[in-house]
Design a protein around this ligand. Structure first.
Ligand code: FE
Length: 229
């Protein structure tokens, strides 16, 4: 049976997810944050999880990952978009598009647009969307190979085609919300609901006037090395 545990980093408002099969205890960790490595290792040990993969939804600009360190410590594979151009002996070939954990399957969806490296992960009943789809919002598209056109198409073609009752677990939330559903976002997402056209979405994204991400110059180079010094 699939279990999803949501973890939070207060500094970067990042959600980390532990997805596991409660029968076999095989698991997958998504978007771990360097500053929380001790917490995450303790939880994995407490729950007796055998980690199969540590995954990055994209090359993050707002925190440093512990992906590389955890994969080594836990003897797990690494999943990151091939578009990041990273080489590491534990890097799994994601052209297979699905990962097994126990008797369950996690499907890899290519959902570029927030960045060119964005992946989402779908398993029965749940989708982990990184910053492609946030609750009522979406990630910005003005850095790291981002594209309004790509993000709009990614969400419409790969996320909004999932069952309406699929729980959406985002990469961040800045308002204290924890999850949504595909049906809710199709109706209520302020930027991407089904009544919004590609041109309207582009107009919205071109007028966000967001500040330069404060940790980007430090985080991106570190994350291109999977957080390994
Ligand atoms: Fe991001």
């Amino acid at each position: 049976m699939i279990k999803v545990r949501q973890l939070f980093d207060y500094d970067s408002y990042t959600y980390t997810y532990l997805v596991y099969d409660s029968v076999s205890h095989e698991g997958i960790l998504i978007d771990p944050v360097s500053a929380q490595i001790d917490r995450d290792l303790k939880l994995i040990k407490d729950l007796n999880i055998e980690m199969k993969y540590v995954c990055e939804t994209h090359i993050h600009a707002d925190h440093i990952t512990s992906c590389g360190r955890l994969a080594e410590e836990l003897d797990a594979g690494i999943i990151v978009s091939e578009r990041a151009g990273i080489s590491h002996p534990r890097l799994a070939n994601i052209l297979t598009k699905s990962l097994n954990f126990g008797s369950e399957t996690l499907h890899i969806l290519h959902t570029p647009g927030h960045t060119e490296t964005c992946l989402s992960f779908y398993t029965k009943g749940y989708v982990l969307t990184g910053d492609a789809l946030l609750i009522r919002k979406c990630g910005r598209t003005d850095f790291q190979g981002g594209s309004n056109v790509q993000l709009y198409n990614s969400v419409r073609e790969h996320l909004f085609t999932l069952p309406d009752d699929t729980v959406v677990f985002p990469g961040h939330d800045y308002t204290g919300q924890t999850s949504s559903t595909i049906g809710e976002e199709k109706l209520l997402n302020e930027r991407l609901n089904l009544s919004i056209s590609q041109d309207e979405f582009t107009e919205i994204m071109n007028n966000l006037n967001l500040p330069y991400p404060k940790s980007m110059d430090e985080a991106v180079p570190a994350n291109l090395k999977l957080g390994i010094n």
